[in-house]
Design a protein around this ligand. Structure first.
Ligand SMILES: Nc1ncnc2c1ncn2[C@@H]1O[C@H](COP(=O)(O)OP(=O)(O)OP(=O)(O)O)[C@@H](O)[C@H]1O
Ligand SMILES: CC(=O)N[C@H]1[C@@H]2OC[C@@H](O2)[C@@H](O)[C@@H]1O[C@H](C)C(=O)O
Length: 368
């Protein structure tokens, strides 16, 4: 029997954990099992340190590349064990890696987590480095997941928007007419600023269900100053990351404008800014009666989802669970799908999304 299971590994910009998903791809796509594995606090600290320029980066990156490779491999092995997956059925692993720098304007992006180490420890063919071929072909290298959304979430009758709210947010616009090309781009921050601000003030990793933000009032002047960032009005293709949306940027906007705002009202303002930037992008697509499906950790922020419901012109908001895939596992499943594409010599990028000149087979294959 031909191996038909693909394992996707996604460690995103939130650094909340490593998502590992096993899916079956034959004539159809089906989800099998998934797990989120913790990132030890010290490794998390080291990753964050590498997202900004500092001394001795190459040495620290080299070591972290291997440590993350080992952690990804252990995560894969753990899922195989807990879900009792027959290893002979696994065709390949698709590992996104950890983004430590994303500078599409300069033509580069960098994900680490050594695939050689993953292949050695798991004994599985491992595919990684999915973004750089697209960049080499003139694209942004991101977002890549819209191609997967297009493959499994598209409807012939309904206009659909898939919204991922991870550390960053990105949308995929799937028009009902099957011939129309897919639109997709990063809209700006997802949870990243909300996480950073509450973490600074109370040490907790995220604002559970958005309760803290909900107890404050947004500040109109800070909201406007944040939304003035040119990124929000730039036309797609576009992608972003922690290089743009980080605590230093937020604190600079606050201090440059001399704002005196209580921490809770800043959290409320960040939530409003996140919601508005997402809603403005979706509304600008002018879709008739679009259905909106959310995925990513942001679905658990009820205050944010409620606000999106008020701002977005849609027939209704729900999660991708309605379409058969739990919102927590969409991105990891997408990298399993991308591994399937690469292993079968199929292209993985969408030029209409990333801005690349042509479709390309993505990533490098590290044989078992
Ligand atoms: N119960 C909750 N309440 C509020 N927010 C939550 C909750 N659970 C998760 N989140 C948010 O979801 C985030 C994780 O989301 P996700 O795993 O989609 O991010 P990611 O994969 O790292 O991001 P990206 O898509 O940018 O790569 C957490 O950092 C947190 O902000
Ligand atoms: C460079 C990078 O890691 N980008 C991530 C990030 O997280 C969300 C958004 O920013 C998206 O562009 C991308 O991730 C998903 C998986 C993508 O490529 O579709």
């Amino acid at each position: 029997m031909k191996p038909d299971i693909y394992i996707g590994v996604m460690s995103g910009t939130s650094l909340d954990g490593i998502d590992v998903a096993a899916v079956c791809i034959d004539d159809q796509f089906s989800f099998l099992a998934a797990q989120c594995i913790d990132i030890p606090a010290e490794l998390r600290r080291q990753i964050l340190a590498l997202t900004q320029a500092a001394d001795n980066e190459i040495e620290r990156m080299g070591r972290l590349d291997i440590d993350l490779g080992k952690l990804f491999a252990a995560s894969i092995n753990q899922l195989i064990k807990t879900a009792d997956i027959d290893i002979k059925r696994i065709a390949a692993v698709g590992c996104h890696g950890q983004t430590i720098r994303h500078r599409p304007q300069a033509g580069f992006t960098l994900q680490i987590g050594d695939p050689n180490t993953i292949a050695e420890i798991t004994g599985l063919t491992t595919i990684s480095d999915f973004r750089r071929r697209d960049l080499a072909n003139g694209g942004q290298g991101a977002p890549l997941v819209p191609a997967f959304h297009n493959c499994i979430f598209r409807s012939a009758e309904k206009n659909r928007v898939i919204l991922n709210i991870g550390g960053m947010s990105n949308i995929t616009v799937l028009r009902a007419k099957t011939a129309s090309s897919v639109i997709g781009y990063d809209t700006g921050p997802g949870n990243v600023l909300l996480d950073a601000w509450i973490n600074k003030h109370s040490g907790t990793p995220y604002d559970k269900a958005g309760q803290w933000a909900n107890s404050g009032q947004h500040n109109q002047r800070l909201l406007q100053a944040l939304l003035n960032l040119p990124f929000f009005t730039e036309p797609p293709p576009k992608s972003t990351g922690r290089e743009q949306f980080n605590l230093d940027w937020l604190e600079r906007v606050i201090s440059d404008n001399g704002f005196k705002i209580s921490p809770v009202d800043i959290q409320a303002t960040l939530l409003e800014m996140t919601a508005r930037s997402i809603a403005d992008a979706i509304n600008a697509e002018n879709l008739s009666d679009p259905e909106l499906y959310i995925c990513g950790g942001g679905v658990h922020n009820h205050t944010l989802v409620k606000r999106l419901g008020e701002l977005i012109h849609t027939t209704g908001i729900t999660t991708t669970e309605e379409l058969g895939l739990h919102p927590d596992w969409v991105e990891a499943s997408a990298f399993a799908w991308l591994a399937h594409q690469t292993l079968n010599q199929l292209t993985g990028n969408l030029p209409s999304v990333t801005g690349a000149t042509q479709e390309r087979i993505l990533g490098g294959i590290y044989q078992a």
